[in-house]
Design a protein around this ligand. Structure first.
Ligand SMILES: NC(=O)C1=CN([C@@H]2O[C@H](COP(=O)(O)OP(=O)(O)OC[C@H]3O[C@@H](n4cnc5c(N)ncnc54)[C@H](OP(=O)(O)O)[C@@H]3O)[C@@H](O)[C@H]2O)C=CC1
Ligand SMILES: CC(C)CCC[C@@H](C)[C@H]1CC[C@H]2C3=CC=C4C[C@@H](O)CC[C@]4(C)[C@H]3CC[C@]12C
Length: 473
């Protein structure tokens, strides 16, 4: 998707400091007072300690995951012995020494993939869609061609795989060289985040940018909400065209590798199938994704960019990577239950996303589960002082809990992880981190909405009392 914004920066970003807790919107009817009640201590933890911890640990964590699968047979206990026998520091340098530097084939593959994905963003046809108005009053414009890109890339992948097979060339080499890929992606993404930091400081693309006044947080969180480089929207490229597409391709690559080693195995088939269906839905819904937290709140920094260039390709594909060396025979009944439960969860998650979209698109003039929906017309203010209105839906899934759709998200992830059975904890790493991410996200989103909509949000919370799990949380 291509982004254009209807404004040009009036200020150099380093002249403008923003408060990282306010999300830059104002409620019209009341001020929640939340940001003022957040103690300085919490600010230091959120803006310095946590970013530093994540910056230092996460790039190491992904190589530890690779090492655990390849050298410890998927056992965290065995991997931990490296650290108990040596110190943490020498254990870590030992693990890094086991990973190879990227070979030319890996570097060229990544470069060519990047060029291809960028070219397709411009060349593939797509409808023009508008993103939500930003706190500075800009309206992002996108070209909705993500689904076409996904289908085209999948067709190209399988065609090349079949055509090159007689010549002994197989995509499974990317499984064998995954350590090289992790090293290359880590280095590229850390440098890229630095380039984004400099760009945000020196040449921001839009007025939705600025510094928090803290260099660590600026690198971690990013400076710009909608950076563009040579006309390309960085966030859409990194999240959707890189992170999600590499996730899909890696899952297919692992399935090919497993087929070469063991022939057809139902466990990897079930896991891969559910992930590919999930990703097909994600690309289909790409225009809807543009109204979510990642796009409207989160800036382009380490969190999103390293996250989608490294964390997603490694952690989100981990269970399939593990299944290559741990084939399991599930049998038809278990496979069918996992697939059906996964598809049902995906449908509920999708329906919840659609309900929210539909009610806003029709200005409340629609039916939700066959009935006229309960809606709250919530007013809020842009930084420019202009007053706007959004509909908060309090019917359908949005009446059950405020983030009910996170439950099916977790269930489908469980359904594609269960094929690994229970010999090791490692295949459940993704679900563990997803739970933390979603719980943290539910608090973050509630805070954002409370600050944006004030009493209107409180009205919604009174009607829909539970955050995620009805009667529990
Ligand atoms: N696999 C993964 O790693 C993850 C997947 N996801 C998935 O991505 C999708 C998007 O999730 P996410 O961005 O977290 O959140 P939501 O789709 O819940 O979007 C949050 C925004 O929706 C608006 N909103 C909130 N409540 C209502 C309501 N009652 N009626 C109307 N609008 C409302 C608010 O934005 P506004 O300012 O417009 O009012 C809020 O900020 C989900 O399907 C989720 O499961 C999410 C996180 C991680
Ligand atoms: C630095 C890390 C500790 C954390 C990085 C987190 C990000 C990589 C992820 C945060 C939110 C994630 C996503 C949100 C919603 C999505 C829609 C869904 O349809 C597909 C997946 C995804 C794009 C997902 C991808 C990873 C995150 C951006």
């Amino acid at each position: 998707m291509e982004l254009q914004v209807n404004d040009k920066p009036r200020l150099r970003t380093n002249e403008k400091k923003y408060d990282v807790c306010t999300f830059e919107f104002k409620a019209v009817t009341c001020s929640s007072g939340v940001s003022s009640s957040i103690s300085q201590k919490t600010d230091v933890i959120n803006q310095i300690v946590m970013p530093l911890v994540l910056l230092m640990t996460m790039p190491n964590f992904v190589i530890v995951l690779w090492y655990t699968v390849i050298h410890c047979n998927g056992s965290y206990l065995k991997m931990l012995s490296v650290f108990t026998e040596k110190s943490v520091f020498s254990g870590m340098s030992y693990i890094w020494s086991m990973a190879r530097s990227p070979s030319p084939v890996i570097i060229w593959s990544l470069v060519l993939y990047g060029v291809y994905a960028l070219a397709m963003m411009k060349l593939l046809p797509g409808q023009i869609v508008f993103g939500p108005v930003t706190p500075k009053g800009n309206v992002p414009v996108y070209k909705d061609n993500g689904f076409l890109f996904f289908v085209l890339t999948m067709i190209l992948f399988w065609t090349l795989t079949l055509l090159l097979r007689p010549f002994g060339i197989s995509p499974s080499m990317y499984y064998d060289k995954f350590d090289e890929m992790i090293v290359a992606l880590n280095v590229c993404s850390l440098l890229f985040c630095f380039a984004l930091y400099l760009k945000g400081k020196l040449a921001p693309s839009t007025t939705d940018s600025g510094s928090s006044g803290n260099i660590i947080f600026d690198y971690y969180w990013g400076m710009e909400l909608y950076p563009r480089i040579f006309g390309f929207d960085v966030k859409v490229f990194i999240i959707c065209r890189f992170g999600l597409m590499i996730w899909a391709l890696m899952v297919c690559i692992y399935a090919v590798k497993s087929y070469e080693l063991h022939g057809f195995v139902d466990s990897i088939f079930v896991s891969a199938l559910l992930q590919i269906v999930y990703l097909t839905r994600s690309f289909w819904w790409e225009a809807g994704y543009l109204a979510t937290t990642d796009i409207i709140v989160d800036r382009a920094g380490f969190y999103l960019c390293w996250g989608c260039m490294v964390y997603v390709p490694v952690l989100y594909t981990l269970v399939t990577f593990y299944l290559v060396t741990h084939p399991e025979h599930l049998g038809l009944p278990v496979s069918a239950v996992l697939i059906l439960a996964g598809l049902l969860s995906l449908y509920i998650n999708y329906e919840a996303d659609l309900q929210k979209q539909k009610v806003r698109k029709t200005n409340g003039e629609c039916l939700i589960w066959g009935q006229k929906p309960h809606i709250i017309r919530a007013k809020y203010q842009l930084e420019t002082g202009e007053t706007k209105e959004n509909i908060l839906l309090a019917s359908g899934w949005w009446a059950v809990s405020r983030h009910l759709h996170y439950i099916p998200e977790v269930i489908i992830t469980l359904m594609w992880s269960f094929p690994a059975r229970f010999e090791n904890l490692l295949p459940y790493s993704h679900i563990f981190f997803l739970l933390i991410l979603l719980i943290h996200r539910s608090f973050r989103d509630d805070l954002k909405c409370r600050q944006k909509y004030g009493t209107y949000w409180r009205q919604y919370c009174e009607k829909v009392r539970y955050r995620i799990v009805p009667h529990l949380f």
